[in-house]
Ligand binder design. Structure first.
Ligand code: FES
Ligand SMILES: [Fe+2]
Length: 319
């Protein structure tokens, strides 16, 4: 499965404490816990002994303990202890096949294949920008529908009327798309926005750039010309839970240091909850690569669908 070649976000790093946590990714049930050093660990959520969900167990001294017969597993996956046979040294076959876990952007990312890359988000290390996450949102549709919506400019005046667009300015500038090593970039995007961010007090033209970073991750940049030399970056990070269920985070790197986290979250929440009912209404839920009609304003969407086809991404896609 090509999707497994990429790392995917599954959980807020702060949500993994002393208890194991069950997550689902690409249709598989997985368990996360913290080992003796406090490092996040992950494995299939299934005990090798009798198939019990390990996430129903607990963590003792950094070892994951199965709720059924108490077998204990180290962070490496090695089975360290079988309580019914205290003198028995469990062989390697009794262990868990652990997965890679990386903490980045305030989230835990799973690597279903060794060294699967995370999406690049350069603004993360820019000290002039203020970082925060908004989400997760559990959305009843496929990850590709959510990414395509994020890349779509023509809905602003309808879905986000009075905020990111208005009906008097819905004609689109002639933006371009070009391939990049991770997908494509769309440049020359421009929108009239009555309220483009939390601090805006009047409408303004906003210049945008969009970039596909991974199959289920994209970046929106509000370009500096009209923002005092700074660039606001908002990354959409989607976790493909099941073919038709996703978890969504926004990783924001902003010039706004004046607003509180709650104020910025509230603005982003307003925008995304305008998108969510539209997204959940779309049929089929899996993004169709044929059978929908397009217009010239859908260049980004066409580039995304071409990317999915060329890279054989099928999870959340209707062929
Ligand atoms: S099922 Fe897990 S220890 Fe028996
Ligand atoms: Fe939207």
């Amino acid at each position: 499965m090509v999707e497994k070649r990429f790392a995917h976000p599954v959980l807020d790093a702060s949500a993994l404490g002393e208890a194991p946590v069950a997550v689902r990714l690409l249709g598989d049930d997985l368990v996360l816990w913290r080992d003796a050093a406090g490092s996040p660990r992950a494995a299939p959520d299934r005990c090798p002994h009798r198939g019990t969900r390990l996430s129903l167990g607990r963590v003792c001294d950094g070892q994951l303990e199965c709720p059924y017969h108490g077998w204990r597993f180290e962070g490496s996956g090695r089975c360290a202890h079988i309580p019914a046979l205290p003198a028995f040294e469990p062989p390697a076959s009794h262990g868990l096949a652990t997965l890679g876990v990386v903490e980045a952007h305030g989230l835990l990312w799973l690597q279903l294949q060794p060294d699967a890359p995370l999406p690049r988000f350069d603004a993360e290390t820019d000290a002039r920008l203020r970082k925060l996450n908004v989400g997760p949102y559990v959305v009843a549709t496929s990850a590709p529908r959510i990414v395509e919506n994020f890349l779509d400019l023509a809905h602003f005046g309808f879905v986000h009327e009075g905020w990111l667009g208005d009906r008097a300015h819905v004609a689109l500038a002639d933006y371009r798309t070009e391939p990049t090593p991770t997908g494509f970039v769309a440049t020359g995007c421009r929108a009239w926005q009555p309220k483009s961010n939390r601090l805006s007090t009047e409408g303004s033209w906003v210049d945008y750039r969009y970039e596909l970073l991974a199959p289920y991750a994209a970046l929106l940049s509000k370009l500096p010309e009209r923002q005092g030399g700074y660039r606001d970056d908002i990354a959409l990070l989607v976790s493909p839970v099941d073919e038709e269920t996703s978890r969504v985070w926004f990783r924001m790197a902003l010039t706004d240091f004046d607003s509180s986290d709650a104020e910025i979250s509230a603005f982003q929440h307003t925008i995304f909850t305008q998108d969510q009912p539209v997204l959940e209404s779309q049929r089929p839920k899996r993004l169709p690569l044929s059978g929908e009609v397009h217009c010239a304003a859908d260049r980004s969407s066409a580039a995304y669908r071409r990317y999915l086809k060329e890279h054989a991404i099928t999870f959340g896609v209707t062929p």
